[in-house]
Design a protein around this ligand. Sequence first.
Ligand SMILES: [Zn+2]
Length: 310
Amino acid sequence: MIDFKEIDSNGEIWELFARDFLKEIGFYIESSVDRGPDGKKDLIVSEHLKGNLGNYKFSWLVSCKHFANRKSSNSVKEEDEPNILERVKDFKCDGFIGFYSTVPSSGLNTRLNSLKNNGDIKDYRVFDYKSIENYLITIGYTELLMRYFPKSYRTIKPLHQVFNKYLSLECKHCHKDLLKRIYEYEYTGLIAFVYDYKKTENEKGEEISYEIIDDVYWACKDGCDARIDYVKHTLNKDTAWEDIGDLVMPAHFVKWVLSVMNGIENGTSKYTPDAYKKLKYFIMAISQKVMREMTEKERERFKTLMELGL
Ligand SMILES: [Zn+2]
């Protein structure tokens, strides 16, 4: 998804990206220090950890390696990370972070593990391309993605912050977030309407039918929905569904919202209060994928409108 080659191979921009990224996820940036003869820099970052009796500061030495542009064998190997222990000790750090645009080799993983198990370093973490990507597609990181990966930003269309906090869309069965699963495969989730058909007469004595929607839920399309659907069928309910992968297309989203409104207006769809509440939540949640990021100015204006009760 994210093309890490967008950042050039000399490594300086990668170091800046690492600094901004770690700051964004909550680390305090202490300083950058010379690593040694290669002229590259390591970063020192810290965080405050909560113990039973108080907070204490934990410092991390961050090594940035940007090998995504290498044609072959681009994992970060043990020999690419010499003297880890000395580097951590020299700068009085507690732990080590590898910040890589590829992956660590298994040799390097083993080395880091043994440093930790022997008590030489207190802890280590590796941010590899996949874990960095997972952060960047979630809400709140759009700005970072736009700044460092403008081309990828255009193709990924990350989740946008529309409301004060992120609204997840958890599968009713397995609780995985369907909004995030869209990035694995577009057509992984659906929204289902559980309903009963009813018949009544209008003022002219003509028979009309309408549906009572007594539940709305969302689930993975694979096993999860089939399991829920089976339960519904044993209760003698019908279900209709829509693909979430289709609903996040702006034109389809608007068309669908309008058709839901039409059903309510012409009386062919009646919702129970609970189903209606769920429908509203669903529309809000997927709008985080459909809409664009609000500007600072728009956020301020929105706050004012809310205060005015508009
Ligand atoms: Zn599921």
